[in-house]
Design a protein. Structure first.
Ligand code: HEM
Length: 449
């Protein structure tokens, strides 16, 4: 026996349509509060079924994942930017083949090697910040850490440094992110139309494409025997046909990996720094841990396992400030989720912002508390309630790379500076673009330790 899926009233949807443009998170949080773990709603006017319970999410992402693809309106908008690269690929054979090609790049031993590049580039930024610390000037960290995260991806995955061009690429993508984020909230006019913002989008995309072409040309010129992601993509052959990736496929995968690899990470770092600055006792505990374990030494991959409290702070930040905060799948065929019948073609909406605040699984869910991630507390919780990288075959390919990166950067910051927020600033709010940004950036004062 299946039950009808609860739905928002016409009035709630109408109010939501307006409110989405003002505060998308507020609308979603209220809808979950009023309608529970599964319900039909309109997002920017388009129908979707929101699932907010781990069992339902497990059905979509893991148990019946073959039935759920990215051929839906959230990812259609994203594909305007990322085309058919891994992240936005609809799914199916091409996705499977490309995932198989790229997976070895993210092996445990490769991630261990990446940490050298991560710590070296982090050291460069921390040295730049020494001047701010000496002068007592406030640093707006989000833009600096976005630069760092982009340099890390370019260096460790593609063996390239592209500083000025890289900065421009970041600025372009930030604008694109806002245009697509707004489009999702109110999908009119279509992205293909001619209007000032759509024309601007086309210019930005052309600039981003030019950056990728520049990277490919630079890398092809290098006489290099590196075995990084670029080499893997370049030499990949289809097992059956022997065909190589076309130039467009290569470019799409590089763009997708760069965006996937720096945007989420840089937002996470900014939110982690914010937490440290807001909570002096917690920051002190991180300082004690990194000093005790490393005694001033640059962290190596093997050290990370000995810095569990720092990792707990990172995990709790990724719970409440999850950068990849919303996603969508489309049911290719009819299915049953829990007691509910899902018709073919349904758009399933998953919002990690509300999912990670589910009161049945997170006592006092809004409280920031790293202790939730002690080994004992983790053991008490079902595994599928915490999914900052999602789960199932399409979970984040860069998960372990990202966690190592966040761990190294947080550790090195803690070794070098004590951070505070300038007095009188209000709490930082959310800017829900395609990824979850801190609204207005994060301003910090740094003091050399
Ligand atoms: C804290 C950092 C990160 C977070 C929170 C994060 C989160 C996610 C999430 C939630 C997804 C699933 C999206 C969906 O299916 O709708 C995803 C997919 C993906 N991520 Fe990450 N990510 C992070 C870092 C990275 C890094 C460092 C890389 C690469 C270097 C990366 C590359 C990708 C790619 C390529 C996919 C698509 C995988 C596929 O569909 O097969 N991510 N990520």
């Amino acid at each position: 026996m299946t039950a009808p899926i609860p739905r928002l009233s016409a009035r709630e949807n109408l109010v939501g349509l307006k409110e989405m443009r003002r505060d998308q998170i507020d609308f979603i949080v209220r809808s979950v509060r009023d309608h529970g773990d599964i319900f039909q709603m309109r997002l920017g006017g388009l129908p979707a079924v929101m699932v907010n319970h781990p069992d339902y999410v497990q059905r979509v992402l893991v148990d019946n994942h073959q039935n759920y693809n990215k051929d839906n309106f959230l990812y259609r908008a994203t594909r305007t930017v990322l085309r058919e690269g891994l992240l936005a690929n609809k799914g199916g054979e091409e996705w499977r083949l490309h995932r198989r090609i790229m997976q070895p790049t993210f092996s445990h031993s490769n991630v261990a090697k990446f940490t050298e590049g991560i710590s070296e580039l982090t050291g460069v930024l921390l040295r730049q910040w020494e001047t701010n610390a000496r002068d007592g000037t406030v640093v707006e960290v989000t833009s600096d850490v976005a630069g760092l995260a982009l340099r890390i991806v370019l260096r460790v995955l593609f063996g390239l440094d592209a500083d000025d061009r890289g900065r421009k690429f970041e600025r372009d993508f930030l604008e694109v992110n806002a245009i697509i984020g707004n489009f999702f909230r109110f999908p009119f006019p279509p992205l293909s139309w001619k209007s000032p913002s759509r024309n601007r989008l086309r210019v930005l995309l052309a600039e981003m494409d030019a950056f990728i072409e520049y990277l490919i040309a630079a890398r092809l010129k290098q006489d290099s025997d590196q075995t990084d992601l670029f080499t893997l993509l370049l030499h990949a052959r289809d097992a059956e046909t022997g065909a190589a990736l076309t130039h467009a496929q290569l470019a799409n995968e590089i763009l997708s990996m760069i965006i996937g690899g720096y945007e989420t990470t840089s937002n996470s770092i900014a939110w982690i720094f914010y937490q440290l600055a807001e909570r002096p006792e917690m920051q002190q505990r991180v300082h004690d841990e990194v000093d005790g374990v490393l005694d001033g030494r640059v962290p190596a991959f093997a050290d990370l396992a000995n810095l569990p409290y720092t990792r707990m702070v990172i995990d709790e930040t990724l719970r409440l400030f999850t950068p990849g905060w919303q996603t969508m799948r489309r049911a290719a065929a009819a299915d049953v989720i829990g007691d509910y019948r899902i018709p073919k073609g349904t758009n399933i909406y998953l919002n990690l912002f509300t999912f990670h605040r589910h009161p049945d699984f997170w006592p006092d869910p809004l409280r920031f508390d790293p202790e939730r991630f002690s080994a004992a507390e983790i053991a008490k919780r079902p595994r599928n309630v915490y999914l900052p990288f999602l789960s199932g075959p399409r979970h984040c390919i860069g998960k372990h790379f990202a966690l190592a990166e966040l761990h190294v950067i947080t550790t090195m910051l803690a070794q070098t500076f004590h951070v505070t927020r300038p007095a009188g600033l209000p709490p930082v709010g959310f800017e829900p673009l395609l990824t979850l940004h801190p609204k207005g950036g994060i301003q910090l004062r740094l003091r050399r330790r």
